[in-house]
Design a protein around this ligand. Structure first.
Ligand SMILES: Cc1cc2nc3c(=O)[nH]c(=O)nc-3n(C[C@H](O)[C@H](O)[C@H](O)COP(=O)(O)OP(=O)(O)OC[C@H]3O[C@@H](n4cnc5c(N)ncnc54)[C@H](O)[C@@H]3O)c2cc1C
Length: 606
């Protein structure tokens, strides 16, 4: 039957189905989440279940750099600063150790979804090659710990410590950084590496507080309750019924281990993910033998070129991203093609890719009714795609049930979620409900007030949209670097590590340049900031016509793509022009004149 069930479904019928499925999910209040900073009942769900908190005296210290966040971005920035001879570096993190995302996300089955040989940073520097094509969270965390060790970043780090305020002190020419443990740090340079998916999200569902069973978010897995560990069987679940809420990237990874361990798993699905082939496998020895110096950068660049639709001799990564995501976002274009033809070609590719995904569901899921519900009906570019080898098969197991609830729960009762009037009784609710989107402004993701010159906060300055130079520095916030990220006038890369590595190179290169020139303080010139912001706004592509037809997701602003602010766009069109951006940053460093910055040689008075 080919694409099974789709015989006779021409593009118009599919488009109509997409809209009908979207409408089922466009429910008022659907995107409401709890504000965990103030939520009385659930604030504790962010506590660290992995490392006991050590009592310590407050620290009062003068340092060269404070880096907020010990994830990939913070670690690589700190490592590159070390390479430039910067000595006094303090990483501050709410976590009990380094790793960021990979410290917090220890749920069973967690792994990267971009190939590990390009996702794990600094592989060549550490002489390491991941064991698998897609590494487990445990392996990624161990690698990040090894980076911290190699660059001596742990001894001075402050863990289980939240920055609550940072203020530029004009007289000292230093940042004054205060924490929730009473620390007072003064730093010449301040680096925000606070994460892109660091704010875990809990939906605001009526009755959640009344649930009498146990619950937690996937980013705070409670092995004390489930038993076992990331790679060990969860023995305490054998007599328990688990409700899994959410079928995005975390939900699909966690299902199989849960199904292996629990008496029963009930999966509550609002929108099915498009789940492509993962094709994970151990690293073949011949791949390791072939590696030559510069291989990781070359592989990252190759992947990025494919993602941008450029011609490459060989697709080195050769996976679902390069087969599906790249052509759908950058369809092949011939010179004679009109823009309308190009757009149409993109849609045709998209239709074909989604049909393949639905066919995959049919091939793998035995029960036709369950398969129907698992089929994704929206354009491929509407949601970040998922890839997995065991997720769909898990629905063939007798102990796994799928509950379709496109409009969400009626409420959560004492015994469990209520859908269409029926209460599903569970012992444990696992919220695989993800994170606030990376487009959440950095002043919110940072979780603290950043005060620049004249008492202006970053939230006030960026309240109506970002204003920056390169998406990294902003006027009136001297000596501040914000690691480049989506939504702040930089670029977006599918492989986030590539952007973090470039950001680190830029931060360390700039500090080195300024030091060599005897510059104590820099600020961004008003004209340079206005120019950069204008470039961003001028290249903004309003995709709301296409994106409004999408099923609501974080990519289309939960059904409101029209609210996207052009000032929070990227350098270049669409997701941005990575190679031009990198050339520009590297050219700026090589030129050495610090164009666009106002430089001060004022010596600090400390
Ligand atoms: C399960 C999962 C899988 C992922 N897989 C991929 C993948 O395959 N490919 C990809 O490109 N991306 C992936 N991502 C996205 C991932 O977040 C990034 O790749 C990357 O790890 C982010 O690194 P970071 O250093 O910017 O931020 P994070 O790793 O989030 O680190 C930021 C740190 O800052 C700390 N922090 C924030 N505010 C404060 C404060 N006020 N005081 C003290 N500390 C603070 C946080 O505690 C956190 O530890 C994944 C995300 C998740 C959740």
């Amino acid at each position: 039957m080919g694409a099974g069930g789709e015989v006779g479904h021409g593009p118009d019928a599919v488009r109509a189905r997409y809209l009908a499925e979207r409408d089922k999910r466009l429910v008022p209040g659907r995107a409401d989440i709890r504000d965990l900073a103030t939520d009385e009942h659930f604030a504790g769900c962010r506590d660290d279940p992995f490392t006991p908190r050590q009592e310590r005296a407050p620290v009062d210290d003068d340092v060269d750099v404070v880096v907020v966040g010990g994830g990939i971005a913070g670690l690589v920035a700190a490592a590159r600063l070390r390479e430039k001879g910067v000595e006094r570096i303090r990483i501050v993190d709410q976590a009990g150790g380094v790793g960021g995302t990979w410290y917090w996300n220890r749920y069973p089955g967690v792994m990267c979804d971009v190939e590990s040989y390009i996702y794990l940073p600094m592989l060549e520097e550490l002489g390491y090659v991941p064991r698998d094509r897609y590494a487990s969270g445990g392996e990624i965390l161990a690698h990040l710990e090894a980076i911290a060790e190699r660059y001596d970043l742990v001894a001075d780090a402050l863990f289980h410590t939240g920055v609550v305020r940072a203020e530029w002190d004009e007289d000292l020419a230093r940042w004054r950084v205060s924490t929730d443990r009473g620390d007072e740090l003064r730093a010449q340079w301040y680096v925000l590496a606070v994460g892109i998916l660091n704010l875990l999200k809990l939906p605001a569902v009526a009755g959640m507080e009344d649930f009498a069973g146990h619950s937690f978010h996937t980013a705070r897995w409670d092995y004390g309750y489930t038993g076992g560990g990331p790679d060990e069987p969860m023995t305490e679940l054998r007599d328990r019924v688990v409700g899994l809420v959410g079928t995005g990237a975390s939900g699909i990874q966690v299902l199989k281990p849960l199904a292996d361990a629990a008496r029963e798993v009930i999966v509550f699905q609002r929108t099915p993910s498009a789940v492509g082939v993962r094709g994970n496998r151990p690293t073949p020895p011949e791949l390791v033998d072939q590696l030559r110096p510069g291989w990781q950068q070359e592989r990252m660049d190759n992947f990025q070129a494919v993602m941008l639709g450029r011609d490459v001799e060989e697709d080195l990564v050769d996976d679902g991203w390069t087969h599906h995501y790249a052509p759908v976002h950058h369809p092949p274009r011939t010179e004679s093609m009109s823009i309308q033809d190009y757009v149409r070609a993109g849609e045709e590719l998209d239709l074909r890719v989604m049909k393949e995904h639905r066919r995959r569901v049919e091939e793998l899921v035995e029960d036709p009714a369950t398969a129907e519900v698992l089929k994704p009906w929206y354009r491929y570019l509407c949601k970040r795609p998922c890839f997995h080898d065991d997720y769909l098969d898990a629905f063939n197991r007798a102990n796994v049930t799928l509950v379709d609830c496109p409009a969400g729960f009626d409420r959560i009762g004492e015994k469990g979620p209520v859908v269409d009037g029926r209460e599903y009784e569970v012992d444990l609710l696992v919220y695989g409900t993800g994170f606030e989107p990376e487009l959440t402004p950095v002043f919110r993701r940072a979780g603290h007030v950043v005060v620049g010159r004249g008492g202006v906060t970053l939230a006030e300055k960026w309240g109506d949209g970002a204003a920056s130079l390169f998406g990294i520095m902003t006027r009136d916030f001297p000596n501040l670097f914000i690691m480049p990220a989506p939504g702040q006038q930089a670029v977006v890369t599918v492989n986030y590590t590539q952007l973090a590595v470039l950001g680190a190179e830029f931060v360390a290169g700039t500090v080195d340049l300024l030091r060599r020139r005897g510059v104590e303080v820099f600020d961004v010139g008003a004209e340079a900031e206005a120019d950069w912001t204008r470039r961003i706004v001028d290249s903004f592509v309003d995709g709301s016509a296409v994106m409004s037809a999408c099923t609501p997701s974080r990519i289309n602003n939960e059904g409101h793509p029209e609210l996207m602010n052009p000032r929070n766009g990227n350098f270049g069109r669409g997701l941005g022009d990575w190679f031009a951006y990198r050339d520009l940053l590297r050219g700026w460093l090589a030129d050495g004149t610090c164009e666009g910055l106002e430089l001060g040689a004022r010596a600090a008075t400390t």
